[in-house]
Design a protein around this ligand. Structure first.
Ligand code: SF4
Length: 385
């Protein structure tokens, strides 16, 4: 990639300073670089090693996923074995906040997942519960909106404008937290499409320039494409003064997760020095493979190899605008593959294959590629007609 031009950067938005352990996000502090442990949280040895590896790579903050009380017990032990600034990712069970908060510095909740439990309870009450727990335990919060799992109420309201739904959901939760008097929060709005990440963050920042933003392209995929998608998004946003912390999400083997931090720091250094990179010709026009960065929920470590094999197998289709999504688990896999032409989400022993929203069945890891190829050929054939 060659340097192509220098861009005059705007000053950072004057966001509030949000303290997370000994790290400050926003308020003019250096942009914090963070990542997430990809190991199973209950595998304490592996997760401690993963946290140490990310710290050694220069992570300011390390996130861990917690889905159950057993994960909480593991988290408590991990906390005792590392001094890293820890954040936790709550999935559907928002009530776990109560048990994780004593062990971490920040809690991320997804507004789109809050409705799963206690459906009769108003969202505001659930947010109040989380905020009160955070306050009591000296934790910051992240309102982490994901375009693939936006609150269904917003989705119904905004129809095809999924970016609008994502931004409205983030704004709604900011308003709730402000109203509750809890201002120690940051916001993220992520998608696997970097253009939506840019648009969402721009729209949000225009309305709430005071709220610190966590930037990231989710399920960006494998290097180098995953790095390019992320770089393009950050190059669009950071020079506009938008962004206080970043996460680069790449599908990588566990022992290489430190590369997410290295890549993040390199992108930040390039932007700070005015070095903006060109995008390869026709980037984003042909085959698009999105794959999650994996986390403790990954159901089979073979997922990472599978993602690589999908990329190699599908290379022959590079000229076709076809999206293949490869996801590591049942938590986000079924939903996040809906918009892809072909989707694979991993279970413990089998891979679930989808064509759009339609399920094509579950296949053993060593058979799914052949079936995927048949489906890919069929799509290409249909487009040739
Ligand atoms: S799809 Fe599942 S395994 Fe992959 S990052 Fe998301 S939650 Fe983790």
């Amino acid at each position: 990639m060659a340097d192509i031009h220098l861009i005059e950067t705007k000053p950072r938005n004057e966001t509030r300073a949000v303290r997370v352990g000994n790290v400050t996000i926003g308020g003019g502090a250096p942009i914090a670089v963070q990542s997430m442990a990809a190991t199973k949280t209950q595998n304490i040895e592996a997760t401690v090693r993963q946290v140490q590896l990310l710290e050694a790579a220069g992570a300011d903050l390390v996130r861990i996923a917690v889905d159950s009380r057993k994960d909480v017990e593991a988290l408590a032990e991990i906390r005792g074995r590392t001094s890293a600034v820890l954040s936790v990712d709550l999935q559907e069970n928002y009530r776990l906040a109560e048990f994780v908060a004593p062990h971490v510095n920040k809690i991320r909740y997804n507004p789109g997942h809050l409705y799963h439990h206690e459906r009769e309870k108003p969202v505001r009450d659930k947010v109040a519960f989380i905020a009160e727990i955070a306050q009591r335990n000296d934790c910051a919060l992240r309102v982490g909106v994901n375009c693939g799992s936006v609150d269904p109420v917003m989705t119904a309201k905004f129809g095809d404008d999924d970016v609008g739904a994502m931004v409205a959901s983030a704004l709604e939760h900011c308003a709730i937290l402000d109203d509750l008097g809890f201002t120690r929060y940051v916001v993220s709005m992520k998608d696997s499409d970097w253009k939506k990440v840019v648009e969402g963050n721009q729209r949000f920042a225009a309305q709430r320039p005071d709220v610190p933003l966590h930037l990231g392209v989710t399920e960006a995929g494998m290097p180098p494409e995953g790095i390019i998608k992320t770089r393009v998004a950050f190059e669009q946003l950071i020079p506009q003064g938008i962004g206080d912390t970043i996460r680069v999400s790449l599908t990588l083997p566990f022992e290489r997760k430190g590369e997410e931090i290295a890549v993040g720091r390199e992108i930040l250094a390039d932007i700070a020095a005015g070095r903006f990179r060109s995008v390869p010709p026709r980037f984003g026009e042909g085959l698009n493979i999105i794959s999650c960065p994996s986390c403790s929920r990954v159901e089979n470590e073979a997922f990472i190899e599978l993602a690589q094999h999908v990329k190699e197998m599908a290379a022959y289709a590079q000229d076709y605008a076809i999206t293949i999504a490869v996801m590591g688990c049942r938590v986000n896999g079924p939903g996040e593959t809906d918009d892809a032409d072909l989707g694979l989400w991993c279970g413990p022993a089998a891979v679930n294959l989808k064509r759009g929203e339609e399920s094509l069945g579950a296949y053993p890891y060593d058979e799914v590629l052949d079936r995927l190829r048949v489906e890919l050929d069929a799509i290409i054939e249909a487009r040739r007609r």
